[in-house]
Design a protein around this ligand. Structure first.
Ligand code: ASP
Length: 330
């Protein structure tokens, strides 16, 4: 039986063409989901597609509320008998198409909001459709292949670009322009599309249980403070003033200059402060260093460890907990 895949498009480079509307004639998101599908005739051999153009944005304009809408649409598609375009049957998978700049945030947030029995794949493109070597068509085809494949179910949200399959918990955009821009630092991809077939060689461990955020919950403000040599307490104070919670992206395993400690301790007494590592892989240490501003010092002053999550993930993880009114692990 042909697989059924719901395709949701949100904009991004994959849909961007040069336009008078763009600054300096630059590319802006314009193509619809139907346009993208029409450029890849092979898709019809892989799956029956239900194509919906939900948004037309560069991915820096996507918001957590946009992603909550996407999550609600996916939840509906995952329900038996809720997909009218498929004669009332459940679809096998969903592909979300968006700009690559924030794919890792979308994938992580969609993963965090629900555990689904169907495959969910996020993709995009590094090159616009009119560029030589445009990667959008190949990425779209591989993403649909993965979403249609039973092997991709139950793995959480996946990101597919350049024929590589990445888990939401690990994927990162690691280059601003290279066609092969996506990596999973420290672990690597979990699979690959080879000759049109999906090969999975690692099963991601789900580190975060789903957090059901009520539909009417207001998304909180959780800024990230990236710490560097000489970061001042006044900078931390200014940011914390406007925040519902804070992510401190410390150096190394989660360390800050010692003059910041009293300020961070005072903030952590009134709102949640999560301690992450700015290294990009390996997570926050919890039991190695004891000097002022070390991870042991800060965790002892009520900061919360980000654990394996990077700062972008910790920001969404904390915000989802706050929005849901859920307890944070101490
Ligand atoms: N600036 C684009 C975006 O994120 C980049 C891309 O799609 O690759 O919307």
């Amino acid at each position: 039986m042909t697989a059924r895949v719901l395709l949701l498009t949100l904009g991004g480079t994959i849909a961007s063409v040069p336009s008078d509307a763009g600054s300096g004639g630059g590319a802006v998101p314009s193509l619809t989901g139907a346009d993208l599908v029409a450029a890849v005739p092979e898709l019809s051999q892989v799956a029956d597609l239900d194509v919906r153009s939900l948004l037309q944005k560069p991915s820096c304009d996507l918001t957590p509320d946009d992603l909550r809408q996407v999550a609600a649409t996916i939840a509906q598609a995952a329900e038996p008998s809720q997909g009218p375009e498929f004669d009332g049957a459940t679809c096998d998978g969903v592909v979300v198409v968006q700009g690559t700049d924030t794919i890792e945030e979308s994938a992580y947030l969609l993963d965090l909001l629900a555990d689904r029995p169907i495959a969910v794949v996020v993709t995009g493109a590094m090159r616009t459709p009119s560029s030589p070597g445009a990667d959008g068509p190949a990425n779209l085809l591989s993403a649909v292949r993965v979403a249609a494949d039973p092997a991709a179910r139950g793995l959480g949200v996946l990101v597919v670009l350049a024929d590589e399959i990445h888990a939401a918990a690990h994927v990162a955009k690691s280059h601003s322009s290279a066609p092969h821009a996506f990596t999973s630092p420290g672990v690597g991809p979990i699979g690959r599309v080879v000759e049109g077939r999906v090969r999975i060689w690692a099963y991601p461990v789900r580190s975060d249980p789903p957090i059901p955020v009520p539909a009417d919950a207001v998304w909180p403000s959780v800024p990230i403070l990236r710490v560097a040599q000489g970061t001042a307490a006044a900078e931390v104070e200014a940011l914390a003033t406007i925040a519902d919670g804070l992510v401190v992206e410390g150096v190394g395993g989660g360390h800050v200059p010692s003059p910041l400690v009293p300020m961070l301790a005072a903030i952590a007494a009134t709102k949640p402060v999560v301690l992450a590592s700015r290294t990009g892989a390996g997570g926050t240490l919890e039991a190695t260093y004891g000097y002022p501003g070390s991870e042991l010092d800060l965790l002892g002053r009520a900061l919360i460890s980000a654990g394996p999550r990077n700062a972008l993930q910790a920001r969404l993880w904390l915000a989802a907990h706050l929005a849901a009114g859920a307890d944070l692990p101490s």
